[in-house]
Design a protein around this ligand. Structure first.
Ligand code: ATP
Ligand code: MG
Length: 335
């Protein structure tokens, strides 16, 4: 498909993230509805062309757990990527609107992400790098797919130059700037599953919610305890925060950097992830297998954490895969 702006009619805005904006468009010539992501890239023409070349791998990423790719093109000074439109949107928007996602649906989400990550790594040696609820999408057929993975090294570099890539879904090893691997995505999956199952971000209470620790369930309030300072980490992150603040942007978690002292700052949060025990599901409220699955994802030492491929054999994933869940009923109830 030869894509260009002239052939695309804007239908509606789907959302904006730190990296760019996404709109629903109609490709007139083919009659295909697509999601168009526009990313601002402050890079030389040679680099932009390189990014475009690297993005072509997306044409070969074909899996029922991966959002399909229609094509990318340059629209100076932006790069436009057209992908499959997922009409029910992302999991963060879903739980914010409809409340916590039912445990049996969470099982299907785990299946989709674990298999999607395994596919990307086994077939293409791609590490996702940005697993989180806003990058897990749902459509009206009840399909669950992942998007926004790091295919282009040059694109990752260019975005890193314009935006400070600190995300609260990052694993401890990544926050610390250590070598990271496909196992880092597993950590992010663990955080994401807890978040959608509880209907709230597992570390802080996020935007607009209560800023009072006492309002949180006891087992989560514990995660907000003061942390031992890590001088190396705070030095690294202070620079990042200053840069971020200058841009008057919100952190990826929605935790405001300019928030009051009662609110956990992103720096505290990142230190917390590194220094404190990992989050977990409240005991007894979810299936045992699910509790165990998130605990396995959230093993802090990457050497002891499983890979997505190993997790495809975990009982929770195997059982969730076989489980009959009315995903169509679930999505149909959302309007
Ligand atoms: P960040 O920029 O921090 O990664 P994000 O994932 O929310 O955050 P974008 O990737 O720019 O930011 O996406 C913005 C929103 O657009 C998403 O939250 C999602 O709801 C929506 N969206 C993205 N891709 C699609 C798609 N293919 N189909 C439908 N909606 C989409
Ligand atoms: Mg995204």
């Amino acid at each position: 498909l030869d894509l260009k702006n002239e052939d695309l009619t804007t239908l509606s805005e789907l959302g904006a993230g730190n990296g760019g904006t996404v709109t629903k468009v109609l490709h007139e010539k083919s009659g295909t509805v697509m999601a168009k992501k526009v990313v601002f890239i402050d890079a030389k023409p040679t680099v932009r062309k390189q990014i475009l070349r690297e993005l072509q791998i997306l044409h070969e990423c074909n899996s029922k757990y991966i959002v399909s790719f229609y094509g990318a093109y340059l629209s100076e000074p932006h790069i436009c990527m057209c992908m499959e439109f997922m009409d029910k949107g992302s999991l963060d928007a879903i739980y914010k609107k409809y409340g916590p996602i039912p445990p049996e649906v969470c099982g299907k989400i785990a299946v989709a992400v674990v298999h999607g990550l395994t596919y990307l790594y086994d077939e293409h040696r791609i590490i996702h790098r940005d697993v989180k609820p806003s990058n897990i999408l749902v459509n009206g057929m009840g399909q669950i797919k992942i998007c926004d993975f790091g295919v282009s090294g040059e694109l990752i570099n260019s975005i890193a130059d314009t935006f400070v890539g600190t995300s609260t879904y990052m694993s401890p090893e990544r926050i610390q700037g250590d070598q990271y691997s496909v196992k880092s995505d597993v950590w992010s999956l663990g955080v994401s599953v807890i978040e959608v199952a509880l209907g709230r971000f597992p570390f802080a209470d996020g935007e607009g919610g209560s800023d009072d620790e006492d309002d949180l369930p006891a087992d989560l309030a514990g995660t907000l305890s003061p942390t031992k300072p890590n001088p190396h980490l705070s030095a690294r992150l202070d620079g990042a925060a200053a840069k971020d603040k200058a841009k008057r942007r919100k952190s990826r978690s929605g935790v405001s950097l300019e928030g009051s002292s009662a609110q956990m700052s992103i720096l505290d949060l990142l230190q917390h992830i590194v220094n404190e025990p990992p989050p977990k599901l409240p005991e007894g409220k979810f299936p045992k297998e699910m509790e165990e699955f998130v605990n396995i994802c959230l093993v802090k030492d990457p050497a002891k954490r499983q890979t997505p491929k190993e997790l495809t054999r975990h009982k929770y994933v195997v059982d969730s895969e076989a489980a009959k869940v009315d995903l169509l009923g679930w999505v149909t109830a959302m309007n």
